[in-house]
Structure formats: C-alpha cells, structure tokens
Design a protein around this ligand. Structure first.
Ligand code: SF4
Ligand code: SF4
Length: 244
C-alpha cells in the first residue's frame, strides 16, 4: 500500500480522471517555481533560447548549470535558481512565469510525470505518475481531466515528440551493453543537443560531418530550422558514439 505522506507519487493510467487546476488565483501561485531541481531537455533549451532570441551558447552561460559526475552517463543541464533566500527559478516573477509560452516540459506536465521507454521496434511505451505535494493547492480545484486532455491543454505534444526522439540515443543498445562516454564525447553531447547554434556553425564550416549525405530535412536544419537540427544532432551523436 502506498502511503501518500511518504511517497507523493502514484502511478496513474492515461484515462484516469483527476481533479486539478492551476491558475493565478490559487493561494500557492508560483510556490512550485522555487526550491526545485529543474532538469532541462534539449527541446526545452531550444524553445527557451528561441523564445528569448538568444544564441544557445549565451543561453547556457546565463541560465544553465551543467552537472556531471562519475555516477552519471551523460551531463544534466539544470535551470539556474536565484539566490533570493527561496531558491526561486530565474524566470519566476510576481505575476507568474515570464517564459510561459516556452516553459519547460516538466513545468507543463506538473503534477503529472511521464516515463517513456523505447521498444525494439522503435515505438514508445509511456507510463505516468501523479505527484501530490503538500504545498500544491491545485488538487482542491474542481476541474476534471485525464492525462491526455491535460497534456493537450499544456501543449506538450512537440515536447514529448522531441524528448522521445532522444531515446534512440539515451536508450541505445550499446548503452545497455555498458558504453561509457569519453570526456570528449561528454562535450559533444552538450554541443549537439544543447548548444545548437554552435553545432550548426561547426557543421556548416565542415569541422563536424555525417558519414552519409544529409537528408533534405537535415539540410533544412543547417539552414535554420532548429527542430530539424536537433534531430540531426541526435543522429550525429549516435554516429560518433556507436559506429565502429
Ligand atoms: S520556467 Fe516558469 S513555470 Fe517553470 S519553474 Fe520557472 S517560472 Fe516556474
Ligand atoms: S503549487 Fe500547484 S497549484 Fe500552486 S502554482 Fe504550482 S502547480 Fe499551481
């Protein structure tokens, strides 16, 4: 039996209804934007840096802390929290999230957590948990939804699509067989997934390359389409890490 006092997570099926609503009128408004470890996916950074019309390298310098230790396979990029005594997210303001249109996937999905596993045929198996934290008053609201309608409401489709595309790298069979990246490969990981503007430049200048001709959509990525460039970055890392 799960004790909700000690374990705030509980598995939830995609069609289970739950009552929840978050809006500026809740007494806890923005409480969840403080004292948190907010890990950013590559697509989160793509959206945030484009929303701010900032070069990816500048965005990483200003807003991201990159952490890695021997226990981890790849580095984790965390959004900076400010030293205001409450460890607030760098983007939270009195009136709410200042990057709301491009807020990260975990902010959108909250209080739902989504797990994704890539099966051998390339399809994705999803699982979900509901996180019920004591400070969150959104559960007292009456609005009913299921995971699907909540994710639609939060415009999570493109986030999930690009996060799932990354699983071809993160859940590659060679990782399951014990692959460990070198220091150089850790840098390549950040470059191709998080520093897209620099990655584009390196590709365009011929310092990095694919061992095969680029597809039409990959060329579109080099020409300025960041979403296609991210997909190219994933393929380039798979080539660099796993091809003999
Ligand atoms: S990005 Fe926005 S929603 Fe997410 S923690 Fe920061 S202020 Fe809150
Ligand atoms: S704590 Fe819950 S209800 Fe309050 S602002 Fe955050 S998500 Fe909304």
């Amino acid at each position: 039996m799960t004790d909700s006092l000690t374990n705030p997570y509980r598995p939830i099926s995609p069609d289970e209804k739950f009552a929840f609503c978050c809006h500026p009128g809740v007494p806890c408004f923005t409480e969840c934007c403080r004292e948190l470890d907010l890990a950013l996916t590559p697509y989160d950074v793509l959206r945030l840096k484009n929303g701010r019309k900032t070069h990816s390298g500048r965005f990483l310098e200003q807003y991201v802390i990159i952490e890695w230790d021997e226990q981890q396979l790849f580095p984790t990029c965390y959004l900076t929290m400010v030293d205001d005594g409450r460890a607030s997210c760098v983007f939270v303001k009195e009136q709410g999230c200042s990057v709301y249109q491009d807020r990260p996937s975990s902010c959108r999905a909250y209080p739902v957590g989504r797990g994704a596993a890539r099966k051998s045929d390339g399809s994705i198996e999803e699982s979900f948990v509901l996180l019920r934290e004591p400070h969150c008053q959104g559960f007292a609201e009456q609005q009913q939804q299921d995971v699907g309608s909540y994710f639609t409401d939060q415009e999570l489709a493109s986030y999930n699509r690009f996060n799932d595309a990354l699983l071809a790298l993160l859940q590659h069979e060679q990782i399951q067989q014990g692959f460990r990246p070198s220091r150089e490969q850790l840098d390549q990981y950040i470059l191709a997934l998080y520093n897209l503007d620099m990655f584009r430049q390196e590709m365009a200048d011929g310092r990095l390359s694919m061992q095969r001709p680029l597809t039409a959509s990959e060329l579109q990525g080099l020409a300025g389409d960041d979403e296609q460039l991210l997909l190219l970055g994933i393929q380039w890392l798979i080539q660099e890490f796993f091809s003999a």
